[in-house]
Ligand binder design. Structure first.
Ligand code: HEM
Length: 422
C-alpha cells in the first residue's frame, strides 16, 4: 500500500469501492486533508457529528451537495469570510435550493416543508405504495429477471413521491423519463458543471402545478405548499415555493431508489438473509437500517468553514471545504463494532449517519423508510429466491457492478437479478 492516495473527486476506482478509501483516510486520523483540492476529509463518527451539530455558524451548507468542485469563485481572505460568501453565494452550484441555505433563511424555508410531511399524509400514501410495488413487480415477474434500477427502484420511488405530492397520475411516467440518471460529477467530464438550480428542467411543470393549486386548492401536498405561509404570517414568493417543490421531488426520488437497489444487491448475495426476512418480515426495517449504515445512498455531505475553526483538533481556516463522509462515519470502528460485517442484529442500528444530522438532517427519512420497506417486503414475498445475474455481474467473489460517476452519491447504475417467482 502506498501513502499517496488517489484523488477522491476523480478516481473511478473509488467510485466502485469508496469503503477502502474512507477506511485508509480514517486510519490516518478522523480528520485528514486530501492532497488534490485541499478539502478536509472527515471520516470519524464523532467529528462528523460535531460538524453537523454546530450551532455557532462556523460552517455554511453552501457547498453541501458537491463540495470542492468547482472551487469557490473567490479567494477567501481572513478568518471570517461570511461577507465574501454572501456576495458570491448565488453563483454556487445548487445555491437556489434548501439544502444549501444557512441560518434563518434555511430555518424558515425548511419549516414550510416540515409541516407538509406529516404522519397522516404518509399513512395515506402507504396503501398506494403497496399497490404500486405490486404493479411494478407484475410487469417483470413472468420474465424471471429484471434490472432492479430501471424496472423497479427508480419507478417505484418516482411514483411514490409523485403520489405524496399530488402530481397528476397522467404526468408521472413523463417525470420518470425526465428525471433520468444523475449527471456525472467527475472533474473533467463536460457534464460535471452544475449551476445554482440544477432542477431548472422541472421548473415549468412545477410552476404549472403550483399555479393550478393556487387557483383550485385541494388537499394534496402541492396545494398546501402553494398556500403556505412563513411562521411570521408572511407569504413566500412564488419562485421560493417552486424551488421547494422541485427539491422535494428530486430529493424524494433518487436517494431512496439507490437504497432499494443496494438493499436488493445485498440480498442477492445472501440467500440465508432472504430466507430469514421472508420468515420475519418485521425485521425488514432493521435490514434497511443496516444497508443505510453499511453503504448508504449519500456518501458525503459538505460544509464550508466560513469562520476559522477546528474539527477534532485539526485547524479548518475560513474557506476550507469540509467533506463529511457519512459512509465513513457509519463505518467507524470506534462507534460500530466490526463495521465491515453486515449484521441486522447489531445494537443501535439507527445510529448511522445516512440521513445526516442536525439542522439539515433529512426531512424525508420517514418516507424513505416506508417506501423502501414496502418495496423489499413485496419483492421478497412475490419470490422464493433472488439471485444476482452472473452473466452481468460475475460469480460470487468476483462480482462487478457499475456505479454512477458521482463522488457524492452511492448509486448503482444497473442491477440485474434473476429470481424464482412464488
Ligand atoms: C434513503 C433515502 C434518503 C437518504 C439517504 C437521504 C439523505 C439525506 C441527507 C444526508 C441529507 C442532509 C444533507 C446535508 O446535511 O447537507 C438530506 C436532506 C434532505 N432530504 Fe433526504 N434522503 C433520503 C430520502 C429523502 C426523501 C424521500 C425526501 C423527501 C420526501 C428527502 C428530502 C430531503 C430534504 C428536503 C432535505 C433537505 C433538508 C434541509 O436542508 O434542511 N430525502 N437527505
Amino acid at each position: 500500500m502506498t501513502d499517496v492516495e488517489p484523488d477522491f473527486y476523480s478516481d473511478a476506482a473509488i467510485i466502485d469501492d469508496p469503503h477502502g478509501y474512507f477506511d485508509r483516510m480514517r486510519s490516518k486520523g478522523a480528520v485528514t486533508r486530501e492532497d488534490y483540492h485541499g478539502s478536509l476529509m472527515v471520516t470519524g463518527y464523532d467529528a462528523v457529528m460535531d460538524v453537523l451539530n454546530r450551532r455557532d455558524d462556523s460552517f455554511s451548507s453552501a457547498p453541501s451537495v458537491i463540495g470542492p468542485l468547482p472551487p469557490l469563485p473567490f479567494q477567501p481572505e481572513g478568518d471570517d469570510i461570511r461577507a465574501q460568501l454572501d456576495a458570491h453565494r448565488a453563483d454556487l452550484p445548487w445555491a437556489a435550493h434548501l439544502v444549501c441555505f444557512d441560518g434563518r433563511k434555511h430555518a424558515e424555508h425548511r419549516a414550510l416543508l416540515t409541516s407538509l410531511l406529516t404522519y397522516k399524509r404518509l399513512k395515506q400514501n402507504e396503501t398506494y405504495l403497496y399497490g404500486l410495488a405490486d404493479r411494478m413487480i407484475d410487469r417483470f415477474i413472468d420474465k424471471g429477471r429484471c434490472n432492479v434500477v430501471s424496472d423497479y427502484a427508480h419507478a417505484t420511488t418516482t411514483y411514490a413521491i409523485s403520489d405524496l405530492m399530488g402530481i397528476p397520475e397522467g404526468d408521472r411516467a413523463d417525470l420518470l423519463d425526465l428525471i433520468g440518471a444523475p449527471p456525472s460529477q467527475l472533474d473533467g467530464d463536460a457534464v460535471h458543471k452544475v449551476g445554482p438550480d440544477p432542477l431548472i428542467f422541472l421548473k415549468d411543470r412545477f410552476d404549472g402545478y403550483l399555479r393550478d393549486r393556487l387557483a383550485n386548492p385541494g388537499t394534496d401536498l402541492l396545494s398546501e405548499l402553494a398556500h403556505s405561509k412563513f411562521r411570521d404570517g408572511s407569504t413566500p414568493d412564488f419562485d421560493a415555493l417552486s424551488l421547494l417543490a422541485r427539491f422535494l421531488f428530486g430529493a424524494g426520488q433518487d436517494t431512496t431508489s439507490r437504497l432499494i437497489a443496494m438493499a436488493i444487491r445485498i440480498l442477492g448475495d445472501r440467500p440465508e438473509l432472504q430466507a430469514r426476512l421472508r420468515r420475519e418480515p418485521e425485521r425488514i426495517p432493521d435490514f434497511l437500517e443496516e444497508v443505510l449504515r453499511h453503504d448508504g445512498p449519500v456518501k458525503l455531505s459538505y460544509r464550508l468553514a466560513q469562520r476559522s475553526t477546528t474539527v477534532a483538533g485539526v485547524p479548518a481556516p475560513a474557506g476550507t471545504i469540509v467533506a463529511l463522509s457519512l459512509t465513513g462515519a457509519s463505518n467507524d470502528p470506534a462507534h460500530f463494532a466490526a463495521p465491515e460485517a453486515f449484521d441486522i442484529d447489531r445494537p443501535h442500528l439507527r445510529d448511522h449517519m445516512a440521513f445526516g444530522k442536525g439542522a439539515h438532517g433529512c426531512l424525508g427519512a420517514p418516507l424513505a423508510r416506508l417506501e423502501s420497506r414496502i418495496a423489499i417486503e413485496r419483492l421478497l414475498s412475490r419470490t422464493t429466491a433472488i439471485r444476482i445475474d452472473e452473466s452481468r455481474h460475475g460469480r460470487p467473489g468476483s462480482r462487478h457492478y457499475r456505479y454512477e460517476p458521482t463522488y457524492t452519491f452511492r448509486s448503482l447504475a444497473e442491477l440485474h437479478i434473476d429470481f424464482t417467482a412464488r
